[in-house]
Design a protein around this ligand. Sequence first.
Ligand code: AMP
Length: 496
Amino acid sequence: MKARHTQFNLTGLLVESAMRFPAHIAVARGKEPLHTYDTLARRVARQAAAMLNAGVLAGERIAIVSRNSCEYIETLFACWHAGACAVPINAKLHPDETLYVLAHCGAKWVFVDAAWESALSPRQHELPHVERVVRFGSREYEGLFAHSRAPEPAAVEECDAAWIFYTSGTTGKPKGVVLSHGNLRAMSNCFVSGVEAIDPGDSIFHPAGFDADEIVELLGCWQRACFFAAPTMVKRLVEHPPVASARLDHLKSVVFGGGPMYVEDCKAAFQALGPRLAQIYGQGESPMTITAMPRAMLADAVMRGDDARLGSVGTPQPGMEVRIAGADDVSLPAGTVGEVLVRGPTVMQGYWQNPEASAAALAHGWLHTGDVGCLDADSYLTLKDRSKDLIISGGSNIYPREVEEVLLEHPAVFEAAVVGRRHADWGEEVVAVVVARPGAGGSGLRAELDRLCVDRIARFKRPRDYYFVAALPKNNNGKVLKTALRDLVATPSAIR
Ligand code: AMP
């Protein structure tokens, strides 16, 4: 029998901080401090007691549908403290999608913000397993803290589910990635040892929506600040004029990931923010934790003008194994392009109630990421693209990112995305969708971009067609939606 221990429970991280630094600020809303670690730990233990008293059992799912908020943090910890499994649901989903996730995970309680209370109340009859919908900040919510506190976090096994994270579902219905207490603890350890050490007194921003002005304002108030941003958000921040006069001495690091950071954009960000940039590469199935390029590594690549390293996603995170595989999962030698496979303590337990998809993703004990890339002799990983974004034209493989990197070298290009379009003779042809800087665009720019590509990459990789648009379609996390772009270029009149 596997061991169940209270120290395997993730809430232990909070309990330890409360014992060491009881009076330090743990949570603030904007500039306003809300709870110390001691208060937060007490609130979490009370909320957990309320859940247990109301009959929530070990492993039962408690969903959260809300924009980022202080209540979100305490409720996550309370779920773990009680031994329940949290299901945070993206607050920007369509109500039908949210209902699908709530039904699929069989949530017993749902915590919501005001907007989601209005959206879900009329449809609660569609969710017979949901016993309670509690709005953050309501009298019912505050009533949860009236209980005497649960003495200590529930004893759990390391592999017990702590969090079910639903994938975006771009290919079919969303799948629920099951992450255990052990997975999430390993993820935290990876972050502090392989990406960015977090010390007492550091502050971490969790924006409720990405607002460059708010970041600048918060930097005036909090010190040694860190935050995560998608590359497209870093770009927006860097291009935001007030950043030039922001308190960068209060900024410790900006950790980016979740999508490609182009070399030109990375250099521009370094120019604007200095040696404060770090990169992570991960996916829901191994969250934030496949490879990393910490600040010092990134600064070193910039200083040496090493664009190859700068275009990589760094080296495997502590305790993680990464290899490149071809057909039948056979490992390929350094420098060869194949699928990225990952093994280590952060890799998910599987997909919730989906044994077929779990077996395929975790075949032979390795997570199959669906990303295509290569490792160099020093273990730096360079991603080419998602395998489904690869363009095959006239039998040759073309990685969109390589073409996008070249287009972005042109000073008049703000953003660029390259996709394949069906072609009767070649199977697919390369098409570029470009957001030009104000005042640029048109046939002149098109000719210049074509010249740039002829100078820099093989002729068969050159875009055969260009579209100039005002903005690229992106998802809630700032990722460019290639599927939407493929649809758009297939019906050209839509964007010409
Ligand atoms: P998600 O599961 O939605 O977080 O998406 C994960 C996918 O985003 C990965 O499989 C990669 O294709 C991509 N991704 C994540 N981090 C990076 C990165 N640092 N550079 C390039 N692509 C990334």
